[in-house]
Design a protein around this ligand. Sequence first.
Ligand code: PGA
Length: 253
Amino acid sequence: MKKLIIANWKMNPTRGLDARKLFKSVNTIASKLKNVETVICPPLVYLESLGELVTNRACVLGSQDAFWEHAGPFTGQVSADMIFGTKARYVIVGHSERRALGETDSDINKKIKSILQFPLIPVLCVGEISRDDDHQFVKLVKNQIRLALVDLTDEEISRVVIAYEPVWAIGSKAKKACEPADCREMSHIIKTVLADLSNSEITKNIPILYGGSVNSENSESYLKDGLVDGLLVGRASLDGKEFIKILKIAEKS
Ligand code: PGA
């Protein structure tokens, strides 16, 4: 399986020109990689214009969210249908920064269902805010997955990507990075939850990603020892050179 490296640009950069520049510089390298699929998730306003710069399937676009209704009186929302109309192929769902703004597990479930009506791949983000000695955080992550995937068929579940993103390891305020061993343990737990949810063999191939303070120094450790199939990269994806370093590491891992 190819490594899946997703760039979450969040609400950056401020200008479309800079977004095009950054995409072009990453695409030059990413489009040539054989063992990596790169996905750039820019702010929605840039999707259409960056779509013109996509050259092949090795480096594609994704959205950071999608609303569950197709169209209608939903001010400020953008549907999966509209996202599919651009060149985007992936949609991040349930990122902790959206959960912090009030997004619920049931909202996330509705979003995933609407995304799966199109040839789009939902990237479901799960992760605990903090860890506790009683391991209650494991229950929480398991529940996030179960609730997000309620009422989905085996075939639908098999099209989802799961990103484990411990909230305490995300962003510039992160106190410490997640140890690859902890990432490995959680990846194993996620695989078990998926196997429980569906009798199907196909859920075995669901890619599991790690996200949270990934950079060129630690990416290899997650890919080699973290039992993950790829990475979800925030800050480090805004620096073209740094992100390309991560892609090259993934190409060799
Ligand atoms: P970070 O963000 O790499 O800046 O920690 C990751 C994410 O939120 O997806």
